[in-house]
Design a protein around this ligand. Structure first.
Ligand code: FES
Ligand code: MG
Length: 600
């Protein structure tokens, strides 16, 4: 086996691996502290013999709760994890992680990714844990957990919670989030009423689990597997399926051996692993949130990765997975068709995967996935007959921002006909800008005829980045005014310094860095300006002179700079003071210098 054998041939307790937990629980050199640490962990029934037996203490980082329904199934799965840990000779300690529910948290769940990260770092650093099972699911729970494991660098393994079962409405699949974008158009144009709107949207959530579309949750769990952080096949198993409980058990078993093998996040999260994940992201039609979160994980483990790497490494990879929002199907079909290993097998066959990248099972990506082709070519296409070519992101830059990301593969024929049909200039569009100051302003004014929005207008939104709207708002995919929807205009170009939901199929230009609130050129844009976007050259510019731009910048500074709203909570203020921009992963500046900090 070409895999991992750092501590092969070990015996539990043979001294080859010194367990962190023994510093707390069995340290004859400091009986006073040892007794203090130990005695309180006996009070619910553990015995001194267990805690001093030299068995690894394994944390189960529990992200599920009533407040985080996407991850709530982990409350049940943790029992199987615990049984796996026990069967392999470990002792399980389950503890809560700060909840992050994408659909439930105001002002945005993204604000809490770094808060959950900080909390988990303190737990993994400061308590007697030798390894940890990271229970992941809803969008930001996955990066928050992996970022923390990367910082502390103790053996860690991801257990995804799995997507919900497929949603259905009148014989058609209804996918998480994606159905909302459709339903709100139908509601805005008067096609359906409030009650039907509610029932239609709720039909997409038929069971426990996270979003069943290829939104940010399925993306990030898929990329965790592509990074090598979960057992092969883990990400796609729907939450209620029997295989999910079986995967929980195997994950619990495996983490104990990882402790004995001393297999750490830094052994797995290499540059090669990130390049693999970027390519898998293109092939699955992954979320535009992925660059933010993957770049954040890379920063915390100390691997150089830039937003430009996403275009260089990932743009040319075709779309292979036929899941909503880019395609037709949902999580159940993806799992049955073979999930992430089948996608990786396609990429391996074309030399697009670093096969030697190590994974949590001690084997390489190549050993795990080579030849595991899908039998269902409707759902997972062969590399040579993809759904779309060039499914990765492109990176745009200009006087509006230093960089922003666009998923060109979701440009619709309707959009192309209106904006990209000039035979002399087929990859560029130009138009009049209408600027909104955040989502509230957009909702307030979008239907105002005075704005003069027509089928060729470019919609902008700003004040929605990590500082402007703490955590960054998922709002860049803006729906055209109702009057245009009724005329059959379903999409205008949307550009902004916020994010958008991974369940949206809109070809927005987003994650702009720096944001308006951090001195980006978006702050200088005025409604009525003409803007040119060139997808071939990778540029996005306000068509004004440099002198005019400098004058506007001076005027803005003279008026106190771009307005930043008052923080509503202490954490909003703390994060605003130390957060990096989207292209740098929206990490906390002081946090990235702490790496591999586990006490041994
Ligand atoms: Fe939680 Fe989509 S809202 S996974
Ligand atoms: Mg989301």
């Amino acid at each position: 086996m070409a895999g991992h054998d750092k501590k092969a041939g070990h015996q539990p307790g043979d001294g080859a691996v010194r367990l962190r937990s023994q510093l707390w629980f069995d340290n004859p050199e400091n009986p006073g502290m040892t007794a203090l640490y130990l005695e309180r962990y006996l009070n619910f029934g553990l015995t001194r013999a267990e805690l001093q037996s030299g068995k690894p203490i394994i944390g189960i980082a529990q992200t599920g709760s009533d407040l985080s329904p996407c991850n709530r199934h982990h409350l049940d799965l943790a029992k199987r994890v615990r049984e796996g840990i026990t069967a392999a000779g470990g002792i399980a300690f389950e503890f809560p992680v700060h909840p992050i529910q994408e659909t439930g948290k105001r002002p945005t769940a993204a604000l809490d990714r770094n808060l959950a990260y900080l909390g988990l770092v303190e737990i993994l650093y400061g308590y007697p844990l030798d390894g940890v099972v990271l229970t992941t699911g809803c969008d930001k729970t996955t990066p928050a957990c992996i970022m923390a494991a990367a910082t502390v660098n103790i053996p860690a393994i991801v257990l995804s919670g799995g997507p919900m079962l497929n949603g259905w409405w009148k014989g058609e699949r209804t996918g998480s989030g994606t159905v909302v974008w459709k339903a709100r158009e139908q509601h805005a144009s008067g096609e359906i009423d409030y009650d039907t709107f509610m029932d239609l949207v709720a039909s997409s959530a038929p069971s426990v689990g996270h979003c069943n579309t290829m939104g940010t949750a399925s993306t990030m769990n898929g990329l965790a597997e592509a990074l090598g952080m979960s057992l092969p096949g883990c990400a796609a198993i729907p939450a209620p399926y029997r295989e999910r409980g079986q995967m929980a058990y195997e994950t619990g078993r495996r983490i104990v051996d990882m402790v004995w093998e001393d297999l750490k996040p830094s052994d797995i999260l290499t540059r090669a692993a990130f390049e693999n994940a970027i390519r898998v992201n293109s092939a699955i039609g992954g979320s535009t949130n992925a660059p933010i979160h993957l770049n954040a994980i890379a920063r915390h483990v100390g691997v150089p990765l830039t937003v430009d790497d996403w275009q260089t490494v990932g743009h040319k990879i075709p779309l292979l997975v036929n899941l909503q929002p880019a395609g037709d199907y949902l999580g159940e079909e993806f799992h049955r068709a073979g999930g992430i290993p089948a996608v990786v097998a396609e990429l391996i066959a074309k030399g697009k995967i670093h096969e030697a990248a190590l994974t949590v099972n001690g084997r390489t990506m190549g050993e795990n996935c080579a030849g595991r082709f899908s039998w269902d070519r409707e759902v997972i296409r062969a590399y040579d007959t993809p759904l779309k070519e060039d499914a990765g992101f492109i990176v745009l830059r200009g006087n509006l921002f230093d960089n922003a990301v666009m998923k060109t593969s979701v440009i619709s024929p309707e959009f192309r006909a209106r904006f990209l049909s000039n035979p002399d200039d087929p990859n560029a569009f130009e138009g009049r800008a209408v600027v909104f100051e955040g989502p509230e302003d957009y909702h307030h004014r979008i239907d105002d005829p005075a704005l003069g929005i027509d089928a060729h207008t470019l919609l902008f939104i700003r004040g929605t980045g990590p500082i402007g709207y703490p955590g960054g708002a998922e709002v860049v995919n803006m729906q055209p005014p109702a009057a245009l929807l009724k005329q059959g205009v379903h999409a205008l170009p949307c550009i902004g310094d916020g994010r958008q939901s991974g369940t949206s199929g809109s070809p927005s230009i987003l994650n702009a860095s720096p944001e308006a609130a951090a001195g980006g050129g978006l702050a200088l844009l005025k409604t009525g300006d003409r803007v040119r976007v060139d997808l071939e050259q990778g540029t996005a510019d306000i068509l004004i002179s440099d002198a005019e731009l400098a004058q506007r910048r001076a005027d803005l500074a003279a008026h106190g700079g771009f307005p930043i709203p008052r923080s509503q909570t202490p954490w909003q203020e703390i994060q605003r003071g130390m957060v990096e921009q989207f292209d740098a992963g929206m990490v906390l500046k002081p946090a990235v210098k702490y790496q591999r900090v586990a006490q041994t």
